[in-house]
Write a protein that binds this ligand. Sequence first.
Ligand code: NAD
Length: 341
Amino acid sequence: MQDKKVVVTINSTGRQSASFIRVAAAVGWHVRAQTRDKQGIVAQELDSTEGVDLCVGSLEDEHFVAGLFDGAHLAFINTTHWGDEIATGRAMANAAKKAGVEHYIYSGMPDHSIYEGRSWKALPMWAQKFAVENYVRQIGIPATFVYAGTYHNNFTSLPYPLFRMELLADGSFEWQAPFHPDIPIPWLDAEHDVGPAILQIFKQGPRKWAGHRVPLAFSRLTPVEVCEAFSRALSRPVRYVRGPIVCEVPVPAGYQEHLAALEETLGWQNAPYFGPELEENCTKEALDLWEGFRDIEEYAREIFPVEERANGLTWMDDEETDTASEAPIRDVENHFQIMNL
Ligand code: NAD
């Protein structure tokens, strides 16, 4: 149909893109959704969704990318650190420009090293996105930059770094991280709330949003408040401990350096997550875009136990037994897509 909006997404099985695709397809848009393959439950779900054209191909393949964007009106582009993120980010923007895309939304993150008078380090995996943002601005396409808050579902009781909600022998949970216990962090339920917010930005259009940075965070809660929300949701004690990032499993290349910079900058130096300009009132724009967000207590009550069960954990069945240490760790690489803050 001629009047259908055609929108491009990449890394479409990732939490941000998949969230948007579900919402866009539900309102009748046509989504060209790039993915590397058709494996996994999300790829299968998208493949069978009406209005979604799952386009399997490599983002390094110029010909494929040109076809992906050909005739498209809109694009929601979330690059990841797999491969050369800056090269991919540039290639997507170039292809969108060539295709005459009317509104391009790029999912970026700040570079903490740009602020004068601070001794903050860049978080390497975020600074790459900031470099892409600058490139997109330079080539002059109508673009908006969204920055995602910390995902609710980074939390896991498995021994992964930074958001481990560790199950203790007495059935309580403990979260250890370098964040100040009483300084708020912006939070986002990526699967639930990225889609409606992005749809709304597209609907309001480039006249309102071109050139803007929009933080996608629907609440700001301190680590202590997050543990209180988990405690209410799970009816167990949940304690926050400020301490270094513990890394007990092998992590992908570059992630260790990213975590070290994160620990120093967002942890010991208390730098604001979105950077000083965006952090204050950072939930306002997101809440104006979409009021029906899922808060962290609802996530902890309704989703966290389901995800834990999918990871082979059974603590939700038996209050007395600590089963975390016996649980198989499934699909480590896949989990690191999830952990990749
Ligand atoms: P995800 O972590 O849910 O999934 C990863 C995606 O990357 C999948 O679509 C996967 O197919 C794709 N991918 C591409 N090449 C790959 C390869 N070679 N190996 C494995 N996977 C590959 O994705 P997401 O959460 O939508 O986006 C991830 C990005 O979000 C990261 O760049 C991260 O820095 C950023 N981010 C995360 C948080 C957070 O709290 N977790 C917050 C802000 C920003």
